[in-house]
Design a protein around this ligand. Structure first.
Ligand code: NOJ
Length: 750
């Protein structure tokens, strides 16, 4: 009897034990368990080989049995460019249902400025100075991409770019750390939404960490030397902002930074990113950037490259396989520990859990697809409208009048659907893009005859054979709109240019058309600031359109005909000539700054009478177009700059306000910009620094008070002892419509 009782008790205990064990085994599968518990549970169950598999990202070219076997063996934590939705679901099935632990794959893709609905290139989006709009565009990019099974994009790129020769300036948010921080954070928020676990959001990846945009002479992949203060004051700023906005991942870069490739750089990847910023997501290398450390001369072989990247904290390896090939051996040799691998893998798993991949590994084909929907295209058009920067408008040629009877449309980019999409559009299709030529025909209907002549075949064409047609078209017309610039091919990764002028025979084409005496509005498309001083006198108006995306045509057409006034402002300074590069507004003053007397110096003028100052003998020291600049169809007047206080204690704030009036006769938006200068410091400070901006829309005659709050924290910089502080002293503050703003007030920090 007693025996039976004991037996029963033992059975119950045993059952409870088995139940508890079983339950414990399933913690990582339990959606209600805390993510950290799930990560730890899963990690505890993984073999070393499975852990190393999670660190491998592979580029997919073709699914075959060998690859599927590899997925089932847990060899690939991630794929980039993994085909269509069916391909992704097939791979995912192999991982989730075929592998021992069922860890889902994270699918990455370059969704850089839109998925199938393509928005303006990031540099163009930065020119909107409208973070809310940029966020909306990123929401759409994420929705469209996630519909096709993408979990993760390699964007935003927030590399500060002060060199227009660099092809990847197109992917950047420009030269200014404040603007890039605001636009980059808006992109992160848009892509990731309020929860990564939502079906329609995807993980962001702030790249390329860090300094990649400072490549010597703008040659892609080239060496960078950035002193720590400059790195922290400028280059790191937008990355910090993306991390603060919740960016799930970062990508290390290709460049050698101060002698240590960024993919093996413990200072940036460990000290700054993990220890100072407490980043808890993961870092992916750039494409083979781990093994490229061998060519850099920083690692003798693949094994050492793997060791150095892992030691620096690169969690996932893109494409090359140095981790997969060497990690176990490094472990056996005692060079790295299991705990070290665990840390790297844990950070990857954490994001997979946050993305909800364990609960929702597959994506069903959408019943009601939002891809390229009218709503999405409307946002793409709005973004393109707001990205357009009016640089010149003599005789107020723009906006054009609908009374024009005959309009000549000339130039190689008037009807080039592919080029207007710009660089990095693996999924955007030219056939979905509306070109300026077709949009103009559409809005002008029968009332205005559109006479089209390309004039030259592509922007790079040197032949003048087709000039005749263009001249004929211009001669027949009342006004001419020309579309010139650079095609998509000339911009982007590894597409650096030593000459940044209008390529091919375009300058001659513009001059030939100008000889007809017809008024010309020139629209320039490009992935970078171009130099075009030779033709500014030949045309009335210049509208800078970047590569404006799917809806670039309708946006340009509506702006040309005045449905909207241009409101874009330059996110980067435009040099007069490539010889001025690097040229950026937030430079240091030097001991011998040039003054207005040193403008317009004629070539060959002897140097002495002009003074020994920092300028060029053969070109003005000023840019052709300044950072923050952009005209409108109306005029804005700034007045009554007021500070709530002229003295501030550290930790206090002041309010700076200005009256903005629309003094013209059309409704338009203006980007009101606030700049400061810290006059003296323990280290020298830039002549101007952007600290705030607001985009304000005003009706004709309307005026508004525009106010900014400035805290002394906003004035901090890295001082002589490398502390991040605000130093007491005098400051200038400007509010205006560009970095040339001259309405100034003074205040002191005590
Ligand atoms: C290399 C590029 O540098 C990077 O920006 C991109 O995300 C990856 N290739 C993946 O395509």
């Amino acid at each position: 009897m007693l025996n039976k009782k004991i037996r029963n008790i033992l059975t119950i205990v045993l059952l409870l034990f088995i139940g508890a064990t079983l339950f414990a085994q399933e913690v990582y599968k339990d959606p209600n368990a805390a993510i950290e518990d799930r990560v730890n549970d899963l990690l505890g169950k993984m073999t070393t080989a499975e852990k190393i598999g999670q660190m491998q990202q592979f580029a997919l070219y073709q699914i075959n049995d060998g690859l599927l076997a590899g997925v089932k063996a847990g060899k690939f934590g991630s794929f980039l460019n993994a085909g269509d939705l069916n391909d992704k679901n097939r791979l995912q099935k192999a991982a989730v249902e075929g592998s021992r632990l069922g860890i889902p794959i994270i699918f990455g893709r370059d969704v850089i400025h839109g998925y199938k609905t393509v928005f303006p290139i990031p540099l163009g989006q930065a020119a909107t100075w409208n973070p809310e709009l940029v966020e909306k565009a990123s929401v759409i990019a994420a929705e469209e991409a996630s519909e096709e099974g993408i979990h993760w994009t390699f964007a935003p790129m927030v590399d500060i770019s002060r060199d227009p020769r660099w092809g990847r300036i197109a992917e950047s948010c420009g030269e200014d750390p404040y603007l890039a921080a605001e636009i980059g954070a808006a992109m992160v928020k848009g892509l990731q939404g309020s929860s990564l676990a939502d079906e329609n959001t995807i993980a962001a990846c702030a790249k390329h960490y860090v300094g990649y945009g400072a490549a010597e002479a703008g040659r892609d992949y080239n060496t960078t030397y950035i002193p720590e203060r400059l790195l922290r004051d400028v280059y790191l700023v937008p990355f910090k902002s993306c991390v603060d906005a919740g960016a799930a991942t970062l990508m290390s870069a290709f460049n050698d930074l101060n002698g240590v490739p960024t993919t093996g750089n413990e200072f940036t990847l460990k000290q700054v990113l993990r220890d100072e910023w407490n980043f808890d997501g993961f870092v992916v290398s750039d494409w083979t950037s781990i093994t490229e450390m061998i060519a850099h001369g920083y690692a003798a072989d693949e094994k050492e490259a793997a060791y150095k990247a892992a030691k620096a904290g690169v969690n996932m390896e893109m494409v090359s396989q140095s981790y997969a090939n060497n990690m176990e051996e490094l472990l056996k040799e005692g060079k790295i520990s299991e705990a070290w691998i665990d840390q790297l893998v844990m950070e990857i798993l954490r994001i997979k859990f946050r993305l909800g991949l364990f609960e929702r590994p597959y994506r069903e084909a959408a019943v009601d697809s939002k891809i390229l929907s009218d709503d999405n295209k409307a946002v793409a058009k709005q973004a393109a409208v707001e990205s357009l920067v009016l640089l010149q408008n003599s005789d107020d040629l723009l906006p054009l009048s609908y009374d024009i009877k005959k309009l000549a449309v000339i130039g190689p980019l008037a009807d080039d659907a592919k080029s207007q999409l710009g660089t990095w559009v693996p999924d955007g299709k030219p056939e979905d893009a509306v070109t300026p030529l077709s949009a103009l025909k559409e809005i002008l209907n029968e009332k205005t005859e559109v006479i089209y002549a390309a004039g030259i075949e592509t922007p790079r064409t040197k032949s003048t054979d087709l000039f005749g047609e263009a001249i004929k078209a211009a001669n027949q017309a009342d006004a001419v709109v020309m579309f010139c610039g650079e095609d998509d091919l000339l911009s982007g990764e590894s597409h650096s240019r030593a000459f940044i002028d209008l390529p091919g025979a375009q300058v001659n084409l513009i001059k030939a058309v100008a000889k007809t005496g017809k008024p010309i509005a020139l629209v320039i498309m490009g992935g970078r600031p171009l130099t075009f001083g030779e033709i500014t006198g030949d045309v009335n108006s210049i509208l800078y359109a970047w590569h404006p995306g799917t809806m670039g045509g309708p946006a340009i057409a509506d702006v040309l005909f005045g449905k909207y006034s241009p409101s874009g402002k330059l996110p980067v300074s435009f040099p007069r000539t490539v010889g001025q590069v690097p040229l950026y507004y937030n430079h240091k003053n030097t001991g011998r700054p040039p003054t207005a007397d040193q403008l317009g110096i004629e070539q060959g003028t002897p140097e002495n009478p002009l003074g020994f100052v920092s300028y060029f003998l053969d070109v003005d020291f000023t840019p052709a177009y300044s950072f923050g600049q952009g005209l409108s169809y109306t005029t804005f007047e700034y007045s009554d700059l007021k500070l709530s206080s002229e003295k501030l204690k550290v930790g206090e704030s002041l309010e700076a306000s200005v009256t903005l009036q629309n003094t013209g006769d059309v409704e338009a938006a203006e980007v009101v910009q606030l700049y400061i200068r810290d006059l003296f410091g323990s280290v020298t400070r830039p002549v101007k620094e952007l600290k705030g901006f607001k985009k304000i829309s005003l009706k004709p005659g309307e005026s508004k008070t525009v106010a900014f709050t400035l805290n002394t924290d906003d004035l901090k910089f890295w001082d002589i002892d490398m502390n991040y502080v605000v130093e007491p002293g005098e400051f200038n503050l400007w509010i205006g419509g560009s970095s040339d703003a001259d309405l100034m007030a003074e205040f002191k920090v005590e």
